[in-house]
Design a protein around this ligand. Structure first.
Ligand SMILES: Cc1cc2nc3c(=O)[nH]c(=O)nc-3n(C[C@H](O)[C@H](O)[C@H](O)COP(=O)(O)OP(=O)(O)OC[C@H]3O[C@@H](n4cnc5c(N)ncnc54)[C@H](O)[C@@H]3O)c2cc1C
Length: 395
């Protein structure tokens, strides 16, 4: 049995580790194609928009090393996969070689989306790798004027981190509030007010029309006619699943590798997907989802390692994401649906708080800021499928 895992970041590395932990004695090969990284192995990404971005002294350690993989009996193959032949059961590599497999795990993650029509000029960055973060950090000199494009978790977090360093930061977001997809309109609006109070120059409900500057970015033009001066522009406009190398393979690639609840690719024998690239049928919600968060990458790796080791496992976990901004850890469990009721059950929205969200008599989501401990009893209720009244009674 030969298992090939393509992609050596969180989901891929945790999959090979999980296989060995579960006693698998298969031949395991890890194809590692992280750009600019030693041996193609990625670093843990969350610090890249937090401590690593803030401090030139911070270091980013790779998620594993050749030595550690060697100790696990995992063969490391640095390089990019360029195609997949499901019939011949081979992954083609850049440079012409190929790797044979019995079982394949796709762990190629996602890559930053760019803004259509924006020419990439020096001073304009996306943030995914340690090299990206180091380049942004170096460009954000003391007097650099920064424009962040995109007000999701990453954009808002980058704006917050750079603002804490004293940089003048403007943020452009087409929706009326920051982080609205994750937090919903009410909590999103409250957090938006806090960003404004911290001095982030918010331009909401408007988009980028174009960039100014030829040899280097000098400004950003907005669709509402505003011109923002800029020395550094960070694009945080979401990511797309890394499935280009799978084109034509026969896998179903509608926004990620389409999988069942075991994370097995539908319509293909012996292929799984993990992490950001996996789109699967979530048994808890009964819909297909793709999740681009750290904990999901770890959980999917566990499910697939178990499946490959012969223990049938289902990926039914409660969604979870955190981000460090607004003076604390902002955590979201479950789903915050637009139109759901929101109740603050601990603290207040100007400080630390826990809010519950729900509808149709059900508790559906939890949001906390700087309230890791206070959140836990509500998380237990959410996991247990508690009703709205039960959750309110626990406040
Ligand atoms: C700056 C930043 C901050 C974040 N902060 C948080 C946070 O606070 N909380 C949170 O929940 N989540 C956070 N995330 C998200 C989290 O890091 C991701 O969900 C996680 O990295 C997903 O892991 P993955 O292994 O699925 O994919 P990725 O990390 O994208 O890794 C995929 C790997 O596969 C490689 N690859 C791609 N194509 C090929 C190919 N053809 N051949 C070989 N290799 C290939 C890539 O180069 C990469 O090394 C953050 C992400 C970023 C970028």
């Amino acid at each position: 049995m030969r298992i090939v895992v393509v992609g050596a970041s969180l989901a891929g590395v945790r999959t090979v580790e999980g296989l060995r932990r579960r006693g698998s004695d298969a031949d395991v090969v890890l194809v590692a194609g992280e750009p600019g990284a030693a041996d193609g192995v990625a670093v843990d990404r969350p610090p890249l928009s937090k401590a690593f971005l803030a401090s030139p002294d911070a270091e980013a350690a790779p998620l594993t090393t050749r030595e550690k993989l060697g100790a696990l009996g995992v063969e490391l193959v640095p390089g990019r996969a360029v195609d997949l032949d499901l019939g011949a059961r081979r992954v083609g590599l850049h440079g012409g070689e190929s790797v044979a497999f019995d079982r394949l795990v796709v762990a190629t993650g996602s890559s930053p989306r760019t803004v259509p029509g924006l020419e990439p000029v020096p001073g304009v960055f996306t943030l995914r790798t340690a090299a990206d973060a180091a380049a942004i950090r170096a460009a954000c000199t003391e007097d650099a004027r920064v424009v962040v494009v995109g007000g999701g978790f990453i954009g808002a977090e980058v704006a917050w981190t750079l603002r804490q360093l004293g940089r003048p930061v403007a943020l452009v977001e087409p929706l009326p509030t920051l982080m609205v997809r994750g937090l919903g309109p009410e909590l999103g609006a409250a957090m938006t007010r806090r960003h404004a109070a911290a001095g982030v120059d918010l331009h909401l409900g408007t988009s980028v029309a174009g960039l100014e500057g030829r040899d280097r970015v000098e400004g950003v033009r907005l669709t509402d006619g505003t011109r923002l001066p800029a020395d550094v522009v960070v694009l945080g406009v979401g990511t797309v699943p890394e499935t280009g190398w799978l084109a034509g393979s026969g896998l179903d690639l509608r926004d990620g590798v389409v999988c069942d609840e075991h994370l097995a690719a539908v319509g293909a024998e012996g292929v799984h997907a993990v992490g950001d690239v996996a789109r699967w049928h979530h048994p808890r919600y009964g819909v297909d989802v793709r999740v681009e968060h750290w904990t999901n990458a770890v959980e999917t790796a566990g499910v697939v390692a178990a499946d490959l080791a012969g223990e049938r496992a289902v990926h039914d976990a409660l969604p979870y994401v955190w981000t460090d901004q607004l003076g604390g850890r902002l955590q979201v469990f479950g789903q915050v649906r637009p139109g759901d009721e929101v109740r603050v059950v601990s603290g207040d929205l100007d400080g630390s708080f826990v809010a519950i969200t729900g509808g149709e008599g059900q508790l559906r989501g939890l949001v906390g800021l700087g309230a890791v401990k206070q959140l836990m009893p509500f998380r237990r209720l959410l996991l247990a499928g508690a009703g709205w009244d039960e959750a309110l009674a626990a406040a």
